[in-house]
Write a protein that binds this ligand. Structure first.
Ligand code: PLP
Length: 401
């Protein structure tokens, strides 16, 4: 008998973190690796936020704080939801956690019973299915077709709902596809959800500010107000504020769920770091001028990489609305052989051979539930991205029938 709990049997470690680890190992061995597996902005945390963390330390804010989050931070979060998302919440309806990942984990652990179904559109963020599995629930995948911008349709959603459905998770803009739902698309999904009052909604909006070409992110709880009393709106500081290492995430929603999630937190991590919450108040309450410049750089990179990938034989790449990922199709490379005779049967083969032969690290689509694709993060320098595109081209050009 293994010491490891049965509930972990079906659970995989994070595939994206695994790619980064492999790339780091190769780098340590002296291999020239370009890591496009990372899921974090390459920009620093803005100075005014760092300064506030230092000031909070100097003020002695180094002790335990309330489990749900400090009142000051929860108030700042309520103001943010009102200002940016047109959503009214009180501090009791907010939970602050160790990263958006901590938020989602608490919510799922607090609500999913064995056998409960959770609808997850694919391609999905790697952690959703495994969190559901840890809670002994059943992930139900709905493929967003590339032709529909990797977004699911109301009919797709309707088909997936059963009497066992507990949650529908929507992530817009998406990791890994970058796809973002318009207000009309959210309304159309809302029409389906209105017919199923037992289905709750998790709206993961962590990339809301990383959008291009004038796209405006919207919250389903605001766009379809009838759903607000069964929607948990999830967000965090990681992506918008380049604060991945600070580990601050939060959610807003009905008190019953927030309290249950806080109960999990009270028996696990207790709370998010005290001085990170103090810095979070300043992050949310200050102008976000730095974003425009950063998004302009992201946009240039997105366009440059997509153009270059689209010019490669065997590859096609949609230009998405948001986040900092591309999700190119490698359908045209499947069945081809590398110069040393290895056949590319899957997207995992593709990324493995690409890393081995050209030292470019990306994540296979299979990790995100939709193949044959890979995810490329363009949250890295433009120089590195250009070099990576050249290497990907060399690799694809070397393939034969
Ligand atoms: N949700 C999505 C879609 C993500 O991509 C991530 C991070 O990659 C998270 C949530 C969690 O972010 P964090 O735990 O760093 O706040």
């Amino acid at each position: 008998m293994s010491i490891v709990a049965n509930r972990l049997l079906a659970v995989k470690p994070s595939a994206t973190l695994a790619v980064t680890t492999k790339a780091k190992e190769l780098k340590a061995q002296g291999v020239d690796v370009i890591d496009l597996g990372v899921g974090e902005p390459d920009f620093p945390t803005p100075k005014h936020i760092c300064d506030e963390a230092k000031a909070a330390l100097d003020r002695g804010e180094t002790k335990y704080v309330p489990v749900p989050g400090t009142l000051a931070f929860r108030k700042a979060i309520c103001d943010k939801f009102k200002r940016e998302n047109n959503l009214d919440y009180t501090p009791e309806e907010i939970t602050v956690n160790c990263g958006g990942k901590g938020t989602l984990f608490n919510l799922i652990m607090a609500t999913v019973n064995p056998g409960d179904e959770v609808i997850i559109p694919a391609p999905y963020w790697v952690s959703y299915p495994d969190m559901v599995l840890i809670a002994e629930g059943t992930p139900v995948f709905v493929a967003g077709q590339e032709e529909n911008g990797f977004k699911i349709t109301p009919a797709d959603l309707e088909k997936a709902i059963t009497p066992k459905t507990k949650w529908f998770i929507i992530n817009s803009p998406s990791n890994p596809s970058g796809a973002a739902y318009t207000v009309d698309e959210l309304k159309a999904l809302g029409e389906v959800l209105k017919k199923h009052p037992n289905v709750w909604i998790i709206s993961d909006e962590i990339y809301e500010h990383i959008v291009y070409d004038g796209f405006k992110s919207a919250s389903i709880a605001a766009v379809v107000p009838e759903l607000k009393d069964r929607t948990l709106t999830v967000n965090g500081l990681a992506k918008s504020f380049s604060m991945t290492g600070w580990r601050v995430g939060y959610a807003a929603g009905p008190v019953e769920v927030i309290k249950a999630a806080n109960k999990i937190q009270s028996q696990s991590t207790s709370h998010a770091v005290s001085f990170c919450q103090a810095a979070g108040v300043v992050a949310l309450n200050s102008p976000m001028d730095f974003l425009k410049e950063r998004n302009d750089i992201f946009k240039q990179r997105r366009d440059m990489v997509a153009d270059r990938l689209n010019a490669i034989k065997g590859m096609s790449c949609r230009v998405p609305e948001g986040s900092f990922y591309l999700y190119p199709s490698i359908a045209g490379c499947i069945g081809k052989k590398t110069p040393d005779g290895k056949e590319i049967k899957t997207d995992t083969d593709f990324v493995t051979f690409l890393l081995e032969s050209q030292g470019v690290a990306v994540v296979p689509g299979t990790a995100f539930g939709l193949s044959p694709y890979f995810r490329l993060s363009y949250a890295t320098s433009t120089e590195q991205l250009k070099k990576a595109c050249e290497r990907i081209k060399l690799f694809c050009d070397s393939l034969t029938d």
